[in-house]
Design a protein around this ligand. Structure first.
Ligand SMILES: Nc1ncnc2c1ncn2[C@@H]1O[C@H](COP(=O)(O)OP(=O)(O)OP(=O)(O)O)[C@@H](O)[C@H]1O
Length: 244
């Protein structure tokens, strides 16, 4: 279920440090992510996965290169415009959830919808709808501290969807979860994929990668491998078809 390019990078480069201690965390990367694609980015620790994801989401600035989200060129955008674009068009999921501890599950999702510019009535309705979609309608009024890790991450996914994002960017979303909770998130990602949600996920977990349409393996800041699944994968059930 892929179409036009929603995320595009050209010559994307991010250096850290200066002179002698220079690290090219992302090194002249070109990337096109079509609408509806689920892309997994893998590779050894320190190869540049998180830095790439942060650049794509406008959380960090590149040293060089261009990034486009749909028609928006983000590498040259002002901080203010970039913050608005993130709120309105990108969903983020982080390893450590980043939920607001003092807000209930529904309030966490609702706040993101409000910040994206939705009216209070619509934001509450959408938050409830999304919590239902991630199977947590009955936990809507619980604080994050009263939820399991898997449930917290599902709230975080609901929050990431609150602005009906062009793309969801997930950084090690199962990194803090046990096997059962990982499975909950996997099922959710499979549903997102079926729904045509564009998703870029950095992961060390081969089960997450098996849900993806495409797996890029990075090494030393560059793409060492870029493979697409021929048939649909369902990591929680069906055996998938193979690679091309
Ligand atoms: N703020 C920083 N300052 C200096 N170097 C950094 C900084 N952030 C990352 N790096 C370096 O950039 C390289 C890529 O780091 P990055 O976190 O993107 O890798 P990663 O593949 O996501 O690693 P991991 O799987 O361990 O999270 C590494 O060599 C890292 O040490």
């Amino acid at each position: 279920m892929t179409g036009s390019t929603v995320l595009r990078a050209r010559g994307l480069t991010r250096q850290y440090g200066r002179d002698t201690g220079l690290v090219r965390a992302v090194d002249e990367v070109d990337l096109d992510v079509p609408t509806g694609q689920v892309l997994a980015i893998m590779g050894p620790s320190g190869c540049g996965k998180s830095t790439l994801l942060h650049l794509l989401g406008g959380l960090q600035r590149p040293t060089d290169g261009e990034i486009w989200l749909a028609d928006h060129r983000i590498d040259t955008m002002s901080e203010r415009a970039l913050a608005r674009l993130r709120r309105q068009h990108i969903g983020f999921v982080f390893q450590s959830f980043h939920l607001m501890d003092e807000l209930t599950a529904v309030e966490n999702v609702e706040l993101a919808a409000l910040l994206a510019g939705q009216s209070p009535g619509r934001a509450r309705k959408r938050a409830m709808h999304l919590l239902d979609r991630v199977g947590l309608a009955d936990r809507a009024r619980h604080l994050p501290s009263a939820l399991s890790g898997g449930q917290r991450q599902r709230v975080a996914v609901a929050r990431a969807l609150s602005n009906d994002p062009l793309v969801v960017l997930a950084d090690e979303p199962t990194g803090n979860l046990d096997s059962a909770a990982t499975l909950e998130v996997l099922r959710l990602f499979e549903e997102l994929r079926t729904a045509g949600q564009t998703l870029v996920v950095v992961t060390h977990d081969a089960r997450i990668a098996a849900v993806a349409d495409r797996v890029i393996t990075m090494r030393d800041g560059a793409f060492a491998d870029d493979s697409r699944l021929v048939n649909n994968a369902t990591a929680t059930g069906t055996v998938y078809g193979g690679w091309r």
